[in-house]
Design a protein around this ligand. Structure first.
Ligand code: HEC
Ligand code: HEC
Length: 252
């Protein structure tokens, strides 16, 4: 078809048809998809989670009824020592979970979660460990207790690099290393994904333009699909201070 006018008019007719069609579907509320997807339940994987004893400290709000019905009252959540795990698949990468099971405090500053070494054979995750992580990665239905990443953009503010350095040792060194050379104790678990960036060597793939804003966004939102977590739980001031130090470290 060479005639541009014909192409334009066919385009307009299709557009009008599309608008009518969309309007027609949208008009019937029964056809509208529910906003929150229902949480799928895999009994085999859930059993690994229950047998590993995670329920003693955690709850899974989106599967509470199924877990209690299948494995007895309490399996859906006992003492709320750790956070509710609903929606965790929207945040952590499987590699993050391996690092966390091996040494929780290396990836979460001051973590009180005990290391889960029973899920390892030597230094390899065992079958149950793999199933527990598969289970966590099925928990993809958002819950009121957990907002999915990314959490949005925030205006980066000037921070205090000195204070940022102390915070870096606490929150980042487990992966990025004390000096930012990518050699923290948890770094070796990031095998399916890229390892923690060697920040002190200027390694950053997504920092262009306003470096301070880009680092601040990275800290706030994490990098979904990679091993880099979100630090949205830290205050804006903490993130600003960390950003100031990180930008210096990167030499930007
Ligand atoms: C003795 C209590 C305890 C047990 C048992 C326990 N955890 Fe935890 N867990 C915690 C605490 C406390 C935290 C918060 C600190 C942290 O993030 O490391 C936590 C955090 C987590 C997080 C991060 C959640 C988030 O929102 O960032 C995940 C995922 C997790 N635990 C999974 C598990 C799994 C899976 C098991 C079983 C293999 C387990 N935990 C066993 C106490 C526990
Ligand atoms: C659980 C491990 C872990 C922790 C803790 C961690 N990071 Fe990362 N970080 C990573 C990984 C893995 C990457 C590489 C992501 C990729 O490129 O795939 C990364 C990448 C980065 C990048 C580079 C992003 C880019 O532009 O490519 C910056 C900047 C960064 N981290 C800063 C920090 C700061 C600051 C902290 C502490 C507040 C921190 N990270 C804590 C694992 C971690």
């Amino acid at each position: 078809m060479r005639n541009p006018q014909a192409i334009v008019s066919i385009g307009l007719v299709s557009l009008a048809a599309l608008i009518l069609l969309v309007g027609w579907f949208a008009a019937d509320p029964a056809d509208v998809e529910p906003v929150a997807a229902e949480q799928a339940f895999d009994r085999g994987l859930a059993e690994a989670y229950v047998k590993a004893g995670c329920w003693q400290c955690h709850s899974v709000e989106t599967l509470r009824d199924q877990l209690n019905a299948e494995f007895g009252a309490g399996a859906g959540g006992h003492l709320p020592v750790g956070p509710d795990l609903s929606g965790i698949a929207l945040q952590g990468h499987p590699d993050w979970h391996v690092a966390h099971f091996w040494d929780p405090a290396a990836v979460v500053a001051g973590s009180q979660m005990p290391a889960q070494r029973q899920l390892f054979e030597g230094e390899q995750l065992n079958a149950r460990g793999r199933d527990v992580i598969k289970f966590l990665m099925t928990l993809d239905a958002p819950s009121p207790l957990r907002a999915p990443w990314p959490v949005g953009n925030h205006e980066a503010q000037a921070g205090d690099a000195g204070r940022g350095k102390t915070l870096f040792r606490q929150h980042c060194a487990g992966c990025h290393g004390d000096a930012g050379n990518g050699d923290g104790p948890a770094a070796r678990w990031f095998v399916a994904t890229r390892p923690p960036a060697k920040l002190a060597q200027g390694e950053a793939y997504r920092i262009s333009g306003d470096a301070r804003q880009a680092v601040f966004d990275t800290l706030s939102n994490g990098l979904p699909g990679t091993g880099m977590p979100s630090f949205f739980r830290l205050s804006v001031q903490d993130r600003a201070d960390l950003t100031e130090y990180t930008v210096k470290l990167l030499g930007k």
